[in-house]
Design a protein around this ligand. Structure first.
Ligand SMILES: *Cc1c(COP(=O)(O)O)cnc(C)c1O
Length: 228
């Protein structure tokens, strides 16, 4: 897809999504030029789901050693997909937000790498809201266990900013709305007293439903960069 198509798509998406909802441009599988085109059009937060690709793009564009970091001021990288523990160390120095934290062991590893690097790392806890068992995420019981440990002082260098969830892939909009609406309720019931500000739900195909249900952050790939 050409840079001008990407810019036009970005502008269309940004204009359609309510201003208070953040749009993460999901650039996974797309070349550096695609990131550059979206950045030039105004996108600032980019989502990737493979660590190797995320690190490669950071090293090429935004790492101090790239010589190009000044061209991409304010560009933030989000890790949006399932993250393996042994890969945390590669993104810990620069990642802005990790969306899909779904187990305490991953928090242990993020804590270790954050502490070692002298930074606090922001994360979202991923909840399982879809019918498909192939989708990842915490049950409400598991969420409560993690929140209890945080209340007790666990993971001081990890900042939980809210929740993330992926709805079932279905044409049944009412079901998708129920799943997102359920997640919003969990977000509100646990988030109010914890100053959570981020509810990441909605992709190219279902962001309108997600926004209706209270999403504060949508992750849009194909509607900006074309199909993969
Ligand atoms: C790929 C991906 C997206 C974006 O999907 P599109 O349908 O292309 O908008 C959003 N979230 C996650 C976790 C993804 O892996």
């Amino acid at each position: 897809m050409s840079a001008s198509d990407i810019a036009a798509n970005w502008n269309e998406v940004r204009a359609a999504v309510p201003p208070k909802v953040e749009v993460i441009a999901v650039s996974k599988t797309k070349p550096l030029e695609a990131v550059e085109a979206a950045y030039a059009a105004g996108a600032r937060s980019f989502g990737e789901n493979r660590v190797q690709e995320l690190v490669g793009k950071h090293e090429a564009l935004t790492h101090a050693d790239s010589g190009r970091a000044h061209e991409f001021e304010g560009l933030k990288w989000h890790q949006i997909g399932t993250l393996q523990k042994n890969k945390v160390k590669y993104i810990a120095p620069f990642v802005d937000l990790i969306h899909a934290v779904d187990q305490a062991a991953l928090l242990d590893e993020i804590e270790k790498r954050a502490g070692a690097g002298g930074r606090r790392i922001s994360v979202l806890l991923q909840m399982h809201i879809a019918q498909e068992s192939s989708k990842f995420g915490l049950s409400t019981g598991e969420l409560e266990e993690i929140l209890e440990r945080i209340g007790g002082g666990a993971w001081p260098n990890v900042e939980v900013k809210g929740l993330m969830g992926m709805a079932t892939f279905t044409d049944d909009n009412a079901q998708v709305a129920r799943e997102f609406g359920g997640l919003r309720q969990v977000f509100e019931s646990h988030g109010a007293k914890r100053n959570w500000d981020t509810l990441s739900m909605g992709m190219s195909g279902d962001w309108r439903i997600a926004v209706d249900q209270g999403s504060t952050m949508v992750r849009i790939g194909s509607s900006i960069f074309g199909s993969r």
